[in-house]
Design a protein around this ligand. Structure first.
Ligand SMILES: [Zn+2]
Length: 247
């Protein structure tokens, strides 16, 4: 009788322990998926100079002309150094604004930790964008109203989701009629020279639901501005997805 009682007690203990283990794993996971942090300007400058994803290294001459608005002797190295000096510090208030806003963003699955970097007007002409698990926020973001801020953040969160969930993203886009054709530089070397580098899209050419190939290229050659593009939303299905589901 005592033996049975001890056995039952052990069983209850095991059940209780496994329940708490599962619970704590789950809450860790949720915390991790919601975790955000902020780079200071020194950390941000280092990221730009390291250029681990080769984003700046792979820019074309047209890319540099469009970004710096002049044609003489610009190199990717010069752009890298100039950009590294355009990294800003978040104020306490700005950090609080971002922390509050991210709480109201609907949670996307399989997201990495998110880092924020604050930028000025020079690097990428001050447009919000993402690289790796980093969202680049221009100082002008904090002058927008709350709805605009939320839409921008959601848009950038979707880009991070796409980068870390490429297969799921492709299946999702297939359902909406987009089709991946293949590597841009291999399939279309001529058009590739006119590309507008965008860190938020992949290296492929896609076909839109109406059967047209989508080329992420400048609409004016040589470009006069980073915004020289026919249609922001239809540049690439990743942009279509981010614009469609962030507003
Ligand atoms: Zn975008």
């Amino acid at each position: 009788m005592i033996l049975i009682l001890i056995l039952v007690l052990i069983l209850v203990l095991i059940l209780l322990l496994s329940f708490f283990c599962v619970k704590s794993q789950k809450s860790n996971f949720i915390n991790r998926s919601q975790s955000i942090s902020f780079y200071n300007s020194a950390q941000a400058s280092k990221f730009i100079l390291d250029d681990d994803d080769n984003y700046i290294k792979n820019m074309s001459n047209y890319d540099l002309i469009a970004r710096l608005n002049y044609t003489n002797n610009v190199t990717t190295n010069i752009y890298k150094i100039m950009s590294s000096k355009d990294m800003k510090e978040f104020t306490k208030l700005e950090k609080n604004i971002l922390m509050k806003l991210t709480k109201s963003i609907s949670k996307l699955p399989n997201m990495p930790n998110i880092n924020f970097i604050k930028i000025g007007n020079l690097y990428e002409c001050g447009f919000p964008h993402t690289r790796q698990n980093i969202i680049f926020i221009p100082y002008a973001f904090f002058l927008k109203d709350k709805t605009d801020q939320l839409n921008t953040l959601m848009h950038e969160y979707i880009h991070i989701y796409q980068r870390y969930n490429q297969k799921e993203t492709e299946l999702f886009l297939n359902k909406y009629g987009f089709k991946k054709i293949g590597n841009f530089s291999n399939l279309f070397p001529k058009e590739y020279k006119w590309r507008r580098s965008n860190p938020d899209i992949d290296e492929n050419i896609w076909q839109s639901p109406n059967g047209e190939l989508m080329f992420p290229i400048f609409s004016v050659i040589p470009p006069t501005n980073i915004t020289n593009i026919k249609n922001d939303k239809m540049e690439h299905p990743y942009e279509w997805m981010a614009y469609t589901f962030s507003s």
